[in-house]
Design a protein around this ligand. Structure first.
Ligand code: FAD
Ligand code: DLZ
Ligand code: SF4
Length: 508
C-alpha cells in the first residue's frame, strides 16, 4: 500500500530518516511551502528564501533520482497553509492514509504529527550523531549535564580526533589557545557568495512580495541553496579558514562579520550537509597536516559537542523549553534590537550585519546582544523570539538551548555553571568596536560610561542571593564588595537611570 512521505523544509537529506525507509515505486513524497511555517515567527527574509529555494531544488533532485513528489508552492491557490492541512489534502486526493515522517526538530511539529487523524509512522532523525535515547542514557543519574563530559564521551564513541584511547594532541580541549583578538587583514579570504540561480530568483521575488515588513534585507542573497553549493562552502572553509578558526574564534571586527567562521550552520540545519561529513572534513585536514590541532579540535567540538549536546538537552527537557524564566526578567526587548538605533557601537554593528546577512557569529550573539539582554533583564521569551527570527540558521531545537539556556540563564543553570555576563572590557579586548563608540569603555561611571560597565554590577547586585555562593562568581563579588560604598551607590543609581531611559524609549 502507498504511503505519503513527509519531507519538511529542514529535512533535505537524501537517504535519511523517512526517505531511507520509503520506496520510490509506490510512495509519494510530500513537500509543502506553507504560511504557518513562514510566519510562526517573523523570520528574516533571507532565511525564508533559503528554506524555500532549497526545498524546491531538493524536490528537483528527488525527481531526478526517480521519486514521485507532490510539491506545494506558497502561492499555489489550492495550498492549505499548514503542514497538517497539506497532509490531509494530499491524503484525501490520493486516497492514502498512511504517512512516513522523520521526527521533526521541534516539539510544536512533533505534537502536530501526533494529533493527525492519519496513520503516521515517525522515524528517528538519523542525521544526528547522538540519538535521543543515548543522550538520555548519558544524562541519567548525573547531577549536572556539562557539555565537556558529553563531548568526551562522543569523541570516544565516534573516534573523532582519537589516537587509540587518547585524544589527539594529548588534550581534550585546546580552548586556552583560542582567545586572540583579530586585526584588520585585507588578505583574509572572503567567504564564497553564491549568485542566485533561476529557482532562487523566483523565490526572492515571492518573498519580497509576501513578507515586505519582516526585519532583514532579502538582497543581496548569497547563500547556497543546494547540496553542491553547500559542499563548496565546506571545502572553501576547510581550505581557507579552518587553520585559523580556533585562534580567532572569539574575535570580533566591525569591518568583517565572518572572520574565520564556517558559515555552515544554515546548511547543517537544513540537512544539505551532515555533521559526520563536516567533522570528517576537519579531521582529514588535521591528519594531512594542513590544520593545527587547536583549530581542528575547537571546530569539531562545536559540531560533535555543542550541536549534539543542545539537541539532546532540547529533547530531554520536553515541550515548553523556551518558556523558562529562572531569573524572573520581564523588561521588553529594546527597539534597537530591530532598528539598530543606539549609541552602543557594538550593538549597532551586530544588528546591522544581522539585518544585512541574517548572520552573526557565536561571540557576537553571546557576548554582545545576549550579554546586554541578560544584564538589562529582558524577558527571555522576547529574546528567544528575536534570535529565532533573525538568523538564517535558527530552528528552535538549537536556538532555544543557546538563548534560554546558555545566553539568558533562564533555565537556572542546567546548561552553564554561571551566566555569560561581562563588562565592556571583554568586548573591548576581543573587538574593535569601542574605538568608534559614543560611550567610553574605560569609564565606569558618568554620562559616557559604557552601559555594559554599569549594568554588569547592577546584574550581580540584584541577583546576589542566587549567585554569591557560586564558586565561579566569588571573585566578581569580592571585587564588588571591595569597591568604595559611595561608588557602588553611584554605579547602581546610574545603571538604574540608564534602564529608566531605556524603558521610556529615549535614545541610549
Ligand atoms: P562556526 O562558528 O563556524 O561553528 C561551526 C559550527 O558549529 C556551526 O555551524 C554550528 O553548526 C556549530 N555550533 C557552534 N556553536 C554552536 C552552539 N553553541 N550550538 C549549536 N551548534 C553550534 N546555532 C544555530 O545553528 N542555530 C541557532 O539558531 C543558534 N542560535 C544561537 C543563539 C544564541 C543566543 C547563541 C549564543 C548561539 C546560537 N547558535 C545557534 C550557536 C552559534 O552561534 C551558531 O551555530 C554559529 O554562530 C553559526 O555560525 P557558523 O556556521 O559560522 O559557526
Ligand atoms: C523554516 C521553514 C520555513 C520558513 N518554511 C517552511 C515551509 O514552508 N515548509 C516546511 O516544510 N518547512 C518550512 N520551514 C522549516 C520548518 O519550520 C521546520 O521543519 C520546523 O521548524 C521543524 O524544525
Ligand atoms: Fe559596546 Fe561599551 Fe564598547 Fe561602546 S564602549 S562598543 S557600548 S562595549
Amino acid at each position: 500500500m502507498s504511503r505519503l512521505v513527509l519531507v519538511l523544509g529542514d529535512q533535505l537529506t537524501m537517504g535519511a530518516g523517512a526517505l531511507a525507509r520509503a520506496e520510490k515505486d509506490r510512495d509519494l513524497v510530500v513537500m509543502a511551502e506553507v504560511m504557518d511555517e513562514a510566519t510562526y515567527v517573523r523570520h528574516h527574509p533571507k532565511k525564508i528564501i533559503l528554506v524555500l529555494a532549497a526545498m524546491r531544488r531538493f524536490a528537483e533532485a528527488l525527481r531526478a533520482d526517480g521519486w514521485r513528489v507532490a510539491y506545494t508552492r506558497l502561492d499555489d491557490e489550492a495550498g492549505a497553509g499548514s503542514i497538517a492541512g497539506e497532509l490531509l489534502r494530499r491524503a484525501e486526493a490520493e486516497g492514502i492514509e498512511r504517512v512516513l515522517a522523520t521526527r521533526p526538530g521541534e516539539w510544536r511539529l512533533r505534537q502536530l504529527l501526533e494529533d493527525l487523524p492519519l496513520k503516521v509512522t515517525v522515524l528517528p532523525d538519523d542525521r544526528f550523531l547522538c540519538p535521543p535515547d543515548d543522550f538520555a542514557d548519558w544524562a541519567r543519574g548525573r547531577k549536572t549535564l556539562r557539555m565537556e563530559h558529553f563531548y568526551r564521551m562522543m569523541r570516544r564513541r565516534t573516534g573523532f580526533l582519537m589516537e587509540g584511547d587518547e585524544p589527539a594532541g594529548g588534550k581534550w580541549n585546546f580552548d586556552h589557545e583560542n582567545r586572540k583578538p583579530a586585526t584588520d587583514d585585507l588578505l583574509r579570504e572572503a567567504p564564497p557568495m553564491h549568485d542566485p540561480c533561476a529557482v532562487t530568483r523566483e523565490v526572492i521575488a515571492l518573498v519580497k512580495d509576501r513578507f515586505p515588513d519582516h526585519f532583514g534585507d532579502p538582497e543581496p542573497f548569497w547563500f547556497a541553496t543546494d547540496r553542491q553549493g553547500a559542499l563548496e562552502c565546506l571545502r572553501d572553509f576547510v581550505k581557507n579558514h579552518l587553520p585559523d578558526f580556533g585562534t580567532y574564534q572569539d574575535a570580533m571586527l566591525a569591518g568583517d562579520p565572518f572572520l574565520h567562521h564556517a558559515l555552515i550552520a544554515p546548511y547543517l540545519n537544513l540537512g544539505l550537509l551532515t555533521p559526520r561529513e563536516v567533522c570528517e572534513g576537519a579531521q582529514d585536514a588535521y591528519r594531512a597536516g594542513d590544520v593545527p590541532i587547536n583549530s581542528a579540535e575547537g571546530f569539531i567540538r562545536q559540531i560533535l559537542g555543542w550541536r549534539e549536546y543542545v539537541r539532546g538537552i532540547y529533547d530531554l527537557h520536553g515541550p515548553g523549553y523556551a518558556e523558562q524564566n529562572a531569573l524572573g526578567h520581564d523588561r521588553d526587548l529594546p527597539g534597537f534590537y530591530w532598528d539598530g538605533r543606539t549609541d552602543m557601537a557594538c550593538i549597532a554593528a551586530v544588528v546591522a550585519q544581522t539585518r544585512e546577512h541574517a548572520y552573526a557569529h557565536h561571540i557576537q550573539r553571546l557576548m554582545v546582544t545576549g550579554n546586554l539582554a541578560l544584564l538589562a533583564g529582558v524577558d527571555p521569551a522576547q529574546v528567544h523570539d528575536w534570535y529565532l527570527s533573525v538568523y538564517a540558521d535558527a530552528y528552535e531545537w538549537v536556538e532555544a538551548p543557546n538563548t534560554i539556556g546558555m545566553s539568558q540563564f533562564a533555565d537556572g543553570g542546567q546548561l552553564g555553571s554561571k551566566p555569560y555576563v561581562s563588562s565592556g572590557a571583554y568586548i573591548d579586548r576581543m573587538s574593535d568596536y569601542c574605538g568608534a563608540c559614543a560611550y567610553r569603555v574605560k569609564e565606569k561611571t558618568g554620562a559616557r560610561a559604557c552601559p555594559f560597565n554599569l549594568l554588569y554590577w547592577h546584574f550581580l547586585d540584584r541577583h546576589r542571593p542566587r549567585f554569591e555562593g557560586n564558586p565561579r562568581m566569588a571573585q566578581m563579588y569580592r571585587t564588588w564588595d571591595r569597591m568604595d560604598p559611595d561608588r557602588r551607590r553611584t554605579v547602581l543609581a546610574e545603571a538604574g537611570d540608564w534602564l529608566a531611559r531605556l524603558d521610556r524609549g529615549e535614545a541610549v
